[in-house]
Design a protein around this ligand. Structure first.
Ligand SMILES: NC(=O)C1=CN([C@@H]2O[C@H](COP(=O)(O)OP(=O)(O)OC[C@H]3O[C@@H](n4cnc5c(N)ncnc54)[C@H](OP(=O)(O)O)[C@@H]3O)[C@@H](O)[C@H]2O)C=CC1
Ligand SMILES: CC[C@](O)(C(C)=O)C(=O)O
Ligand SMILES: [Mg+2]
Ligand SMILES: [Mg+2]
Length: 490
């Protein structure tokens, strides 16, 4: 098997990377009809498997789960997830031959093995679906020619796929049909019905390609979504403790701070998040973000370059072959950080205080979202896709940190995302050493400008506001959010 993307001509690479059409809600008036009465079998019942299946069943579809035999025999967590939720569970041999749609929701590392095992059991003309196209794009998996291959990729952790659905909303979703596998031309209708069943159509669906999904998904998760939240949490916590801020307070400010400030981002973009600060604090956050962008841009670009060239996937696959050594070492290190080990203190922090005392966190979010968006779009990924993969998903990841810190984020995201997150974190922390030496409690831990006059230079404020509001992520975001009429506040 060879990296599929690297086998394409440059022209075809650019076409697939740029494939991105925002679908009109009127295209979903048929709802789940294309899958109604079809037998849907999900392989794996983990983060995505369980939550997508629950949504699909609540949307009226016939969902069951197939697990590897050992998971059933040993009643592993995946077996408990499915059976305690009253789903039928069976072996591959029992369920795969009956399936019209087989949804592969096992970890990316397992895809070649799992798909290779189930493919001979699939009935003629059935459909195979993925929620991330790594196996097809980076590993060049070849699928039987009579099978339709689709992708329905929620731009969200599995837990939030469920939470947003229960709120009557959904998460933005990329759908695609693999051009090499659409023998009956039914792929798109099935992908649309699947996206509707998970609630994705309420938040926005992009008709995209496997290639565009893989390259943008890897970039988002490694940089702004998980990498920078990981690095930012550790650096901000350590700075506060070094400067004498109470540890419990510092822990709470970080754990719940990302969720609170990015809720402002989700509702009204970077503009609204920055508008929640006083004018002097906004100017300070803007200046810090500009500095951070200069320092981190080469790292963001390196991640994008390595993802595009296949270097990232090659090195991660080497780690798979090496018993996941890097991943497991990095995971253990994260568990030992002072932030992870310090419980949130029993102190009250008001919603506004998270902004006022977290100016550096706001600056980190702004710089990371803009850098990820800029780097992706410069590489041929379309703005709408880059928006979902940077700005819209950051709050959904922040929700997981609020639950149980970085441990929870790294538990809920895919192993692929976790690997990329640590890779970024290891490179980013040293890059920010000098910058962090200059930071003090005025920007993290204490109210910025407390007791001082709130006056600012009008000309500077006008320039800052203009720069924030005219950034392309804001222009695209305002358009996309206008169609998110079902979005609910947390
Ligand atoms: N995590 C997320 O939020 C997101 C994930 N995705 C994509 O969704 C897919 C699933 O990821 P995720 O939900 O994180 O996966 P998880 O790690 O949460 O779940 C894995 C499931 O697969 C089963 N499994 C593991 N190894 C094997 C194997 N060798 N054979 C058969 N089954 C196996 C596990 O069961 P058991 O070990 O008990 O057999 C478990 O039920 C990936 O492609 C990922 O990139 C896309 C968007 C977000
Ligand atoms: C952000 C990580 C992710 O891509 C996701 C939740 O969307 C993943 O692979 O887990
Ligand atoms: Mg993702
Ligand atoms: Mg991912």
């Amino acid at each position: 098997m060879a990296n599929y993307f690297n086998t394409l001509s440059l022209r075809e690479q650019l076409t697939q990377l740029g494939k991105c059409r925002f679908m009109d809600p009127s295209e979903f008036t048929d709802g789940v009809t294309a899958l109604k009465g079809k037998k849907i079998v999900i392989i794996g019942c983990g983060a995505q498997g369980l939550n997508q299946g629950l949504n699909m069943r609540d949307s009226g579809l016939d969902v069951s789960y197939t697990l590897r035999e050992a998971a059933i025999k040993e009643k592993r967590q995946s077996f408990k997830n499915a059976s305690e939720n009253n789903f039928v569970v069976g072996t591959y041999e029992e369920l795969i031959p009956t399936a019209d749609l087989v949804i592969n929701l096992t970890p990316d590392k397992q895809h070649t093995n799992v798909v290779g095992t189930v493919m001979p059991l699939m009935k003629k003309g059935a459909t195979l679906s993925y929620s991330h196209g790594f196996n097809i794009v980076e590993e060049g998996m070849q699928i039987r020619k009579d099978l339709t291959v689709i992708m329905v990729a929620p731009k969200s952790p599995g837990s939030e796929v469920r939470e947003e659905y229960k709120r009557g909303f959904g998460v933005p979703t990329l759908i695609a049909v693999h051009p090499e596998n659409d023998p009956e031309g039914k792929g798109l209708e099935q992908a649309k019905a699947y996206a509707a069943a998970t609630g994705g159509d309420k938040a926005g669906v992009l008709e995209s390609s496997f290639v565009a999904e893989v390259k943008s998904d890897l970039m988002g998760e490694q940089t702004i979504l998980c990498g920078l939240l990981q690095t930012g949490s550790i650096l901000c916590f350590n700075k506060m403790v070094e400067k004498g801020i109470d540890k419990g307070y510092a822990s709470k400010l970080i754990q719940y701070g990302w969720e609170t400030i990015t809720e402002g981002l989700k509702q009204g973009g970077i503009t609204n998040m920055m508008d929640r600060l006083s004018n002097p604090a906004k100017i300070k956050a803007f200046d810090l973000a500009e500095e951070l962008k200069v320092i981190m841009r080469p790292l963001f670009q390196k991640h994008m370059d390595d993802i595009m060239s296949g270097h990232f996937s090659k090195t991660m696959m080497e780690d798979w072959a090496n018993g996941d050594k890097n991943l497991l070492d990095w995971r253990a290190e994260t568990g030992e950080t002072a932030f992870e080990k310090t419980p949130a203190g029993d102190v009250s922090i008001s919603e506004q205080e998270y902004y006022d005392n977290g100016v550096l966190m706001v600056a980190m979010v702004k710089s990371g979202v803009e850098l990820a968006y800029e780097t992706m779009t410069e590489s041929g990924i379309i703005g709408e896709s880059a928006y979902y993969e940077s700005l819209h998903e950051t709050p959904l990841i922040a929700n997981t940190i609020a639950r149980k810190k970085l441990f929870e984020m790294n538990r809920v995201i895919s192993d692929t995302a976790e690997y990329g997150c640590y890779l970024f974190d290891h490179a980013c922390k040293p890059l920010l050493t000098d910058f962090m030496k200059r930071m003090d409690t005025d920007v993290i831990g204490k109210h910025f400008g407390e007791g001082k006059d709130n006056g600012v230079d009008n000309i500077k404020l006008i320039k800052v506001n203009k720069a924030i509001r005219t950034h392309n992520v804001e222009v695209v975001g305002a358009r996309l959010r206008a169609s998110m009429t079902a979005m609910k506040p947390i």
